[in-house]
Ligand binder design. Sequence first.
Ligand SMILES: [Zn+2]
Length: 164
Amino acid sequence: MAELHILKYPDSLLQKVSDEVTEIDQEVTAFINDLVETMRGSTCVGIAAPQVGRLQRIIVVDVTPKNPGHGELVLINPEITARSGKRKGREGCLSIPGFIANIKRSKKIELSALDRHGKPVEIEARGFEAVALQHEIDHLDGTLFLDHITDMKRDLLRRETVTD
Ligand SMILES: [Zn+2]
């Protein structure tokens, strides 16, 4: 296993739409193990495959550090099937270090996906876990949490990035 290199904003791969996984073979399984290890080596509670430059619909979320009792979720081809409520909370992203913003998300979601063995799963999540899932699934469509904030704030961020 190996920790993978995390792409940073504004890398163009972070803004691409990822492909569905059609076969979970040994190579994909090895990649998932590396992705989990990469998340564990960071301070983040989730990671998506495109963040390490692989445009496939795979995410890992584990909010246990913030909400004890939750387990590790490895989800392949996740699709949100229902949403309810609204919730505003602070979010950061491994690919946008040093930047945190208040983002509005659905409070509760339901999703369907495959687990790491290819078995279909239905997940219901709320609160912080639901937010983490929405954040990571966004990555699969090339959407960053920046895209949820106002243009004015985004311009400010761009300026800071340029002078970095
Ligand atoms: Zn992120």
